[in-house]
Design a protein around this ligand. Structure first.
Ligand code: SF4
Length: 88
């Protein structure tokens, strides 16, 4: 299974939340912007590592759901989401 990183650039995010409807791991944070909560998916028990700084949120996953993350990235009108496969 691919290991992949999902990054949200906070400066680019404007809170439209098109991402949430494509991938339930995206959630709204207390500032009204998108963040990632690996445990937020109501259907799948999903595990991931999350790193958050002032500039960006980076989540690393090791599962078969990269296409969902890519759909969220494609739906984002401001291109705030980047999905990258990473090597082991
Ligand atoms: S779709 Fe893009 S701009 Fe909208 S909340 Fe999600 S990351 Fe932010």
């Amino acid at each position: 299974m691919p290991r992949y990183e999902v990054t949200i650039e906070k400066d680019a995010c404007d809170g439209v939340f098109a991402c949430l409807t494509r991938d339930p791991r995206f959630v709204e944070d207390e500032d009204g912007l998108a963040t990632i909560d690996p445990g937020a998916d109501p259907v799948y028990d999903c595990e991931g590592e999350l790193t958050e700084t002032a500039e960006r949120v980076v989540a690393t996953f090791d599962d078969d759901r990269i296409d969902e993350a890519r759909r969220a990235a494609t739906a984002c009108p401001t291109d705030a989401i980047v999905v990258d496969e990473v090597d082991e």
